[in-house]
Ligand binder design. Structure first.
Ligand SMILES: Nc1ncnc2c1ncn2[C@@H]1O[C@H](COP(=O)(O)OP(=O)(O)O)[C@@H](O)[C@H]1O
Ligand SMILES: [Mg+2]
Length: 230
C-alpha cells in the first residue's frame, strides 16, 4: 500500500458556535501503487480537507495517515517537509506559479532544496522532458502572465512531478479550465500515470475526469463511499 487513511476524523473549531459537526467522520482510504483515485462530492463536503490531511498539510483530530509505510504523526516537521517535497506532488485549483519567474524557473523550484548536485541535474533534465510531454517547450522562457490558464495548469503539473513523487494530489486541477482544456489535462494525467510509478488522487467535479481514474469515491456527510464506474 502506497498510502492509507485509517478512520480519519476532523472538525474545525469555530468561535461562537457551540458544537460543529465533523467535516470528516471516520474516513478510510487505501491507495495502491500506480493506482488512480477520483474524489467527488458537493462543495463544502470536505474534499480539500481530506486531501490536505493526506498530503500532511493538515492534521486529523483522530485516525492515522500512513505514507510509504510510515505513520506521519511519528515524524518530525523536517522529515515531513522532505516527504512533502520528494514523495508527494501537489496540484491546486489555482496554479500558484510565481509571476516574476519563467515557466522553467517555476517548475525547477522544487529542485532547488535538493542537496545532491546530481539530483538537481537529474531534476532539471526531467523538467525539460516533462515540459516537452506537456507540449510547453516553446513557452519555456515565458512568464506566467504570457501563458493561458491551461498552459499554467500544465506547468503546475510539471512542477508537481519534477521530483518524481510517488503520489500526486490534485485538488480540482481542471476547475478553472474550459471543457476542452480540462479534457486534455485529464488525458495527460492518465497517460502520466501509465508511464510513471505514480499514484494519483484527484478531487474533481468533472465526471469525465473522474471517469479516467481507476476508482471513484464520493464524499458526503463526513463519509467517503466508493462509487461503481458506470
Ligand atoms: N480552516 C478552516 N476553518 C474552519 N472551517 C473550515 C476550514 N476549512 C474548511 N472549513 C469548512 O469545512 C468544510 C469543508 O471544507 P472543504 O474541505 O474546503 O470542502 P470542499 O473542498 O469539499 O469544498 C466547509 O464547511 C468549510 O467551510
Ligand atoms: Mg475544495
Amino acid at each position: 500500500m502506497l498510502a492509507e487513511l485509517q478512520d480519519i476524523t476532523k472538525h474545525y473549531n469555530q468561535a461562537l458556535t457551540v458544537r460543529q459537526k465533523p467535516v470528516l467522520e471516520g474516513v478510510s482510504l487505501q491507495i495502491g501503487d500506480n493506482e488512480s483515485i477520483a474524489i467527488t462530492g458537493p462543495s463544502g463536503s470536505g474534499k480539500t480537507t481530506l486531501l490536505n490531511i493526506l498530503g500532511t498539510l493538515d492534521r486529523p483530530d483522530s485516525g492515522l495517515v500512513i505514507l510509504n509505510g510510515m505513520n506521519v504523526s511519528d515524524m518530525k516537521e523536517t522529515e515531513l517537509a522532505d516527504l512533502r517535497n520528494g514523495f508527494i506532488g501537489f496540484v491546486f485549483q489555482l496554479h500558484f506559479l510565481l509571476p516574476q519567474l519563467s515557466l522553467l524557473e517555476n517548475v525547477l523550484l522544487p529542485v532547488l532544496p535538493l542537496k545532491d548536485k546530481a539530483a538537481r541535474k537529474a531534476g532539471r533534465e526531467r523538467a525539460i522532458r516533462l515540459i516537452e510531454s506537456m507540449g510547453l517547450q516553446d513557452l519555456i522562457h515565458q512568464r506566467p502572465s504570457r501563458l493561458s490558464v491551461g498552459e499554467c495548469q500544465r506547468a503546475a503539473v510539471v512542477r508537481a512531478l519534477v521530483n518524481k513523487p510517488r503520489l500526486l494530489l490534485a485538488d480540482e486541477p481542471t476547475g478553472s479550465l474550459d471543457a476542452e482544456t480540462a479534457a486534455r489535462l485529464g488525458l495527460l494525467l492518465a497517460s502520466l500515470k501509465r508511464e510513471e510509478a505514480l499514484s494519483l488522487v484527484v478531487v474533481t467535479h468533472s465526471p469525465e475526469l473522474a471517469g479516467q481514474m481507476d476508482k471513484i469515491y464520493k464524499l458526503g456527510s463526513g463519509k467517503l463511499l466508493p462509487i461503481s464506474k458506470g
